[in-house]
Structure formats: structure tokens, C-alpha cells
Design a protein around this ligand. Sequence first.
Ligand code: IPE
Ligand code: IPE
Ligand code: MG
Length: 281
Amino acid sequence: MKALLDAVQPGDKDWELAQSIDPARLPAHIAIIMDGNGRWAGRRRLPRVAGHQAGIGPVRSTVETCARLGVKVLTLYAFSVENWKRPRTEVETLWRLLRYYLKQELPELQKNDIRLQAIGRLDALPPQVRRELDAGVEATSANRGLLVNLAINYGGRAEIVDAVNAILDMARLDGSISSLKIDEDSIATSLYTASCPDPDLLIRTSGEMRISNFLLWQIAYAELYVTETLWPDFTRADLLQAVLEYQKRDRRYGGLSGAGRRPADGGSSADENLIEALRSS
Ligand code: IPE
Ligand code: IPE
Ligand code: MG
């Protein structure tokens, strides 16, 4: 958080936003569905790939701001298992841009102690992309600052299927298959994101009110934030605004908020009157 205030000086347009953030209530894990690149390009009468190219700057600035804020994990949805349906040339451009990003950003990631991890069905990636991705993950593996999960050829359902199959394979190997029972813990620890806390805040750009197969298991209690801003226009201010909105939310996890509960007995006297009336009816 201090690092953010170092980067945002008084008089800077993001100063007030940064000042308003409560450092004690930061989301530990932010996940982002980076959407709207194609529409951004379309509005400028540019080819869709120009939108993807323009999406690199916001990736850079979002990674930097999360690191400065002291967020622990940032998960970015870069390519879904369904995105193969797009024209081959668009998909190839996305791979080219991913390689460009890795090459360009590696020194900066190292300097800022940022660790890269890739999540998804990585075996299906073009070999050269896979090699460079593995190299980036390996080169940053000892870093201990922000963890950036790049979700590539990622699908939430595929991830759950892969987790269950990994549990079955393990049980076959150690001979425990006949008595195997699967529970929430065993699934959670077999997901690609096993080492991460669940996302606290899920941001989607471009206004779409859907999840598009992203982190289906992990977002059970994430706070959702949808902005109309298209991904290439997503700035530090947009990210800080999302964090501020998150800090206003009352996360109840199915329980009651502080305001709806009386500390002594967990219920209000109006509740008690109603319970009594039901009992005697
Ligand atoms: C998100 O932007 C990037 C990827 C899915 C790779 P889109 O390409 O989906 O942009 P829109 O939704 O068509 O505007
Ligand atoms: C989700 O966006 C995938 C990524 C951002 C990588 P899409 O553009 O693929 O999702 P839909 O098709 O609008 O649901
Ligand atoms: Mg889209």
C-alpha cells in the first residue's frame, strides 16, 4: 500500500482514490475477466487484433498497481478453452502477443519480485508458446511478491474435471481407490489454483453480466464487480474504484452481518416475537 502512495503523488488524479483505500481490508486475491478488446477496436474501425494489442498496457498497469497495493494474487483470464472457436489468425495473434508480453515484461517482473504461474490446459498450447511460458514461470519461481496467475486455455469446468481425475489417478497409484471419498477439500487442493486463496474480488470489464467459465469453483463467495469500461481503457483509477467498491461490501458468507445480529443472543427481539408466535400457532 505504501508503494502505491509512493507512485501516486498529491495532485495526481488518482491521489484521492488511493487515499480512500483502507489498507487493512484489501482483497488478497483479485481475478479479472479482461473483456472488450474486440469492441474497443470495432469502435475505432480497427481490426479486432488491434484491440488485443491495446490490451497489453492495462495488463502491465494492473500488475504494477496490484503489486504496489500489496494484493497477494492476481488472476487474469487471457484465453478460454472456448476461445479456439475464433478465427485462426486472431488466435495466432493472441499467442504472438502473449510471447511479446512475456519477453517485454520479464525484467520488470523480476525487479518487482513478481511470480508468474500459468493455469489451464497448457499441453494444447503451440509448443513455442508453451516453452516461453514455462521459461517465464521458471525464471520467476523464487519471487515472493505478487503472484500473477495467467489463465490460458482455461475453463472452469475443465479445471474441476482435471482435479477429479488427478484425485482418481492418485488413488489408483496408492491403492486407495476402493475406499476413495471426494470432499470439498480434496477438490480444492487438486485445482490449478491449489496454492491460492479463493478470489475475494472478481472484476469483469465491458459490461457483460456473465462468468464465461472462469474459476467456477473458486468464486463461490467472491464479490462481483462489472464495469462498462472496455479492457484496453482499464486504468489504475478503474482498479482502485473496484477495490473501493469491494471495501463497501458486507461479506456474509451465508451468515448475518454485524447490523442484523444482536451480539448477546444472535437475534433481535422482533425475531424472538415471531418465533414465539410460530411456536404457539
Ligand atoms: C477479451 O476481449 C480478450 C479475449 C477473449 C482473448 P474480446 O476479444 O472478447 O473482446 P469483445 O468481447 O469481442 O469485445
Ligand atoms: C471471456 O471472454 C474470456 C476471456 C476474457 C479470456 P469472452 O469474450 O470469450 O466471453 P463471452 O464469449 O463473451 O462469454
Ligand atoms: Mg469478449
